[in-house]
Design a protein around this ligand. Sequence first.
Ligand code: HEC
Length: 109
Amino acid sequence: MVPRSAALLLAILSAPLAAEVGDLKAFFQERCSVCHGPDGSGRGLAGIRLGGTSLLDPRWQAKQQEADLITSILKGRGPMPGFRRQLSEAEARRLVAELMRPASPRKKP
Ligand code: HEC
């Protein structure tokens, strides 16, 4: 029998990853917002801009190919690490869609 405390520890250690990938918003907050800001604007913690460009800038977005952004997320780009081990391609695609949505022309404020 595994001692209760060890089983509990295992449950705690293995739970977050499943939850993160199931909930991409939570995953973004946990793994991406440090650099990109909670909203993707590039304003991370304490206003530090590590993510360079704002991912929400419509002029920047207009020049991007979805496939390139997915590759950047999975393989990394410049100072950004790759997330291939945490995300499937489908999940990276959904993340890109989520990130791009707020500035899309369809959704005027
Ligand atoms: C360590 C800081 C850091 C983390 C963590 C990080 N990024 Fe980045 N990200 C960057 C930087 C810096 C760039 C600009 C890279 C460049 O253009 O050289 C970037 C660029 C991007 C781009 C644009 C890529 C392109 O092809 O122009 C996307 C999309 C992106 N990040 C999404 C994400 C997502 C989604 C996550 C979380 C899964 C994430 N980033 C985590 C720092 C980070």
